[in-house]
Design a protein around this ligand. Structure first.
Ligand SMILES: *Cc1c(COP(=O)(O)O)cnc(C)c1O
Length: 461
């Protein structure tokens, strides 16, 4: 399987190289040259299988010979071993013909665990084969960093440095990053905001001598392997609800467009997906773009669903590439206009996007009201991100089953849930002692040289 860049100017790579590269050298994102299809009988045969077996069958055609069968099987098994539910992604019913797909049973209680755990296992195996070491660096506003730390803690050949804005992540998120005791985990509280964290990570990558000396690598949401892993739960859920004999719709709480694009990949593989619904909070650039055709970032406004507080949805570039007939130079042209404030999606591409994705938004008040109404009607507590999707799903419900993706456990966002319902959600038992575990964190000034010397020192151990 070969991977090409959405901007058409970067080298064509195999699966393993695309996984390590992350961003393509022309600034684009890697996508498969052609999406492999699963025949209806192969999809029907997924019914009733363990989640890990579904994962193997869905991912296998994209990976080709980059990983041997037993290697991939062991990686997928290890990746899901730390989940707190045997179904991995269980379905619950919310209303007639409406379901909740619980994606928060992983070690950090958010859906990002699915992709990050598999990537950690694949990285470790590929590095062992190459006899190489890498240094993973990432900036986080909360969920991605904890998922990365949890995935790479204790693995051979990898150090993981995560920068978060000092004092600006929730206590649960901070403790998930600062309590792992493994020597290869390095949590850094940067004295700056999230933008400063992201800027310093960019600086590290732009210092090519440093990048090569420490073997810098990233696992951000544009990594193709992350998107691929997320396609698995669309298959698992749809098959449980009657696919391929019945088509299913999904409502997805969306920030960077990675999760909903994984649904588009599942559909391109042959899964009958009736509708993919992009649900945004008041940072609604994607809903505005699908409605008006203009993609124009505004200032980010904080919300009670902070993991969706994004104005530049990096994975949207993959959807644009599809909508523009896979024309890399057309994508590069539109992206080049972002710095000047935005662009108009050409009419035929806008029609293609609207055929592929429905959309809606939830205000802060609507999100809180949905958390309260869902609790009253079903007894389920939703996290604010999941509530955004539940609100939009109810608006667009059609004749086919609608699956709402629940992307985080409510106990990750206890303040917002308590404000909406008066109930403070408890952490699951396996995390109940999180507040008693010792923390280990390095506070650093917002200074590149200080960051570089810390990384050099730590990886020399
Ligand atoms: C990251 C995240 C999202 C948004 O997912 P994207 O793939 O960036 O669209 C939604 N909910 C939660 C809880 C998240 O952590």
């Amino acid at each position: 399987m070969r991977y090409v860049s959405t901007r058409g100017q970067a080298p064509v790579l195999g699966f393993e190289e695309a996984m390590f590269a992350g961003l393509a050298r022309d600034g684009g994102l890697y996508v498969p040259e052609a999406v492999p299809r699963l025949a209806p009988d192969a999809i029907a045969a997924l019914a009733g299988l363990p989640y890990e077996e579904v994962a193997l069958r869905v991912m296998r055609p994209f990976i080709g010979d980059a990983f041997a069968e037993d290697e991939l099987r062991a990686a997928v098994a290890a990746a899901h071993a730390g989940f707190g539910h045997p179904a991995r992604a269980p379905l619950k019913q919310l209303a007639p013909n409406r379901f909740l797909l619980e994606l928060f049973h992983g070690p950090t209680l958010a859906f990002k665990d699915f992709a990050m755990q598999v990537i950690g296992q694949l990285f470790q195996r590929a590095l062992a084969r190459r006899g190489a070491r890498i240094t993973i660096v990432g900036a986080t506003s909360g969920d991605t960093g904890s998922a990365a730390i949890e995935a790479f803690r204790g693995l051979e050949g990898v150090d993981v440095f995560i920068l978060f804005p000092d004092g600006r992540v929730s206590e649960v998120q901070r403790r998930q990053m600062t309590t792992p005791a493994e020597a290869n985990v390095h949590a850094i509280a940067l004295q700056g905001d999230f933008d400063a964290c992201q800027a310093r990570v960019k600086d590290l990558f732009n210092d090519h001598a440093f990048r090569d000396a420490v073997g810098l690598a990233a696992v951000n949401s544009i990594n193709w392997a992350r998107v691929l892993v997320q396609a698995v739960y669309y298959f698992a859920a749809a098959v449980a609800l009657g696919a391929p004999h019945r088509s299913v719709a999904f409502a997805v709480p969306t920030g960077n467009f990675g999760d909903v694009y994984a649904g588009a990949v599942a559909r391109a593989m042959g899964l009958p997906v009736a509708r993919l619904v992009v649900a945004t909070n008041h940072n609604d650039i994607l809903h505005r773009c699908l409605t008006t055709g203009r993609y124009a970032p505004e200032a980010v406004r904080p919300s009670i669903s902070p993991s969706m507080d994004i104005q530049l949805a990096s994975n949207f570039e993959r959807a644009l590439f599809d909508a523009l007939g896979r024309d890399g130079s057309a994508v590069a042209g539109l992206m080049g206009r972002l710095a000047a404030g935005g662009f108009e999606v050409p009419a035929p591409a806008l029609a293609a996007l609207r055929a592929a994705y429905a959309s809606g938004r939830a205000s802060e008040a609507e999100t809180a009201a949905t958390i309260a109404a869902t609790l009253a009607a079903t007894g389920e507590l939703l996290c604010p991100h999941s509530a955004v999707a539940a609100k939009v799903a109810a608006e667009v419900q059609g004749p086919e089953p609608m699956v709402v993706l629940a992307t985080a456990h409510p106990a990750k966002f206890p303040e917002a849930v308590e404000a909406a319902t008066g109930l403070r959600p408890a952490l699951p038992a396996r995390l109940a002692d999180l507040h008693d575990r010792p923390e280990r964190v390095t506070v650093l000034p917002d200074d590149l040289a200080a960051l570089q010397s810390l990384i050099r020192e730590r990886i020399a151990r």
